[in-house]
Design a protein around this ligand. Structure first.
Ligand code: SAJ
Length: 425
């Protein structure tokens, strides 16, 4: 392989597994992160995120000397940028714009160590045009080097977009097995990127241009968002019509060409609820369906909270000797999806916190994947163990289908349940 040293910028959920994977194939990897704590943790062979099998991969890569972490970029032959692309804060109801500030600062940070022959790959999920923008920033910072937008195939530095597509919880396996979409700013940029990824990728590396690669990633996540919105809309319709939505979906899915996803408390995480906005903000007139799906999914948490208010009213009617502050509520699950500890952009956490805020007494939270609540999270709430939660609960709010809750299916016996995942219904 023509790349002796690879640098990965941003050592988060995508960057760290990618860096460790290259290192496990005996490639020298320099991981760069602005956080001194992250760098220190990794250099001790430890990880700062929970992802199955990642701890062993990192431990071995560091112990064998193939992976080191630093806070400032160093010379390398290929740079992979895996930093967050959030959207900018905006007023409620406005269309959020993508925030490229982390890509910009990563790009400017590597500019000073870039040399002729290097390859720069943007892995972060990005709005259409971001890779060209990244190349323009590099050209501005390094007028002594040529880039594909002006020098084409003869550019000193090659640039490509290769979006990450791995599923949290299965990152290590999917990094190797998934196909990769590779969008170079020239044919040579794409071909060199394929050579790099073929170090460990067993899936196909399919070549396209950068804009199509950017849109492909946004399309995948928007497609899932639209499908989940359909399931969430069905759950609201069925509730009104007194139909069990989970039975309904199971029946409809027996049709050979139907595959409806599952409703839930809303869509969380840092991808599916974010990426469709990158399409909507570029083409607001055209992206009608994608925009509606976002609104449907974003409205689901409020619908769940209303269901909890109704359950409180039902409980009080059934127990006329009690007042609101006597009602003991427990929220089961805070993570954004099952069997992970990731609370970022979690609709379950948002719902649980809102219930805690509105309720007159302390609300119990059960989350088997975390051990303590942050100060912000613990306002009017208390983390309790799943075992024994029945004795402390009048109204159970099931927010995540964690395996512990599914396993307890037959054992749980709550009189009032708001079940957003259809497992304790
Ligand atoms: N969800 C439902 N119903 C379902 C499936 C999911 O409500 O039937 C909810 C989940 O509970 C969660 C949210 O959707 O709140 C997103 O979860 P997810 O498992 O669909 O996706 P992510 O965000 O963990 O990962 C997605 C993946 N994209 C696709 O499946 C198209 C992953 O492959 C991407 O790499 C990742 O986004 C990313 O980083 O972009």
């Amino acid at each position: 392989m023509s790349f002796k040293t690879i640098s990965v910028i941003g050592l988060g959920y995508i960057g760290l597994p990618t860096a460790a994977m290259f290192a496990s194939y005996k490639v020298k990897v320099i991981g760069v992160d602005v956080s001194a704590h992250v760098v220190e943790t990794i250099n001790k062979g430890k990880v700062h995120i929970v992802e199955p099998d990642l701890d062993l991969l990192v431990q071995e890569a560091v112990a064998k000397g193939y992976l080191k972490a630093v806070t400032k970029p160093e010379i390398a032959d290929a740079f992979l940028i895996a930093v967050p692309t959030p959207f900018k804060a905006c007023k409620k109801g406005d269309i959020p714009e993508p925030d490229l500030r982390y890509i910009e600062s990563a790009t400017k940070a590597i500019a000073s160590v870039l040399k002729k022959g290097d390859l720069v790959i943007l892995e972060s999920t990005s709005p259409v045009g971001a890779t060209e923008q990244m190349s323009a920033w590099l050209a501005e910072a390094r007028p002594d080097l040529s880039f594909p937008q002006t020098a084409g195939e003869n550019a000193d530095v090659n640039i490509a977009h290769c979006p990450e597509r791995v599923l949290p919880g299965q990152v290590v396996r999917e990094l190797v097995e998934n196909d990769r979409v590779i969008g170079g700013l020239s044919k040579r940029c794409s071909e060199r990127s394929v050579e790099l990824y073929k170090t460990f990728v067993k899936g196909d590396c399919v070549i396209t241009n950068a804009r199509t690669a950017e849109m492909a990633k946004l399309t995948e996540n928007s497609c899932r968002d639209v499908q989940i919105a359909f399931a969430n809309e069905l759950s609201v319709i069925c509730d009104k019509l007194d139909i069990d939505v989970w039975e309904l979906i199971a029946l409809a899915n027996r049709h050979p060409r139907i595959n409806i996803l599952q409703p839930g408390p809303g869509v969380g995480g840092h991808c599916i609820a974010v990426d469709p906005w990158f399409i909507i903000s570029k083409t607001p007139q055209e992206a009608q369906l994608i925009h509606t799906a976002r609104k449907v999914n974003d409205a689901k948490p409020e619908w769940v909270i209303n269901k909890v208010k109704l359950a409180i009213a039902d409980f009080l009617q059934a127990n006329p000797d009690k007042t609101t502050k006597d009602v003991r509520i427990t929220c089961f699950g805070l993570a954004f999806k099952p069997n992970i500890d990731d609370l970022r952009e979690s609709p379950s956490l948002a719902i649980a916190q809102k219930i805690a805020k509105m309720h007159a007494s302390v609300v119990n939270f059960v989350e088997p994947n975390i051990h303590e609540l942050s100060e912000e999270m613990s306002k009017n709430s208390k983390l309790i163990s799943f075992i024994g939660s029945e004795d402390k609960t009048d109204i159970a709010v099931l927010l995540v289908d964690h395996k512990e809750f599914i396993k307890a299916d037959k054992a749980v016996n709550f009189a009032f349940i708001v079940d957003t995942k259809g497992i304790w219904k």
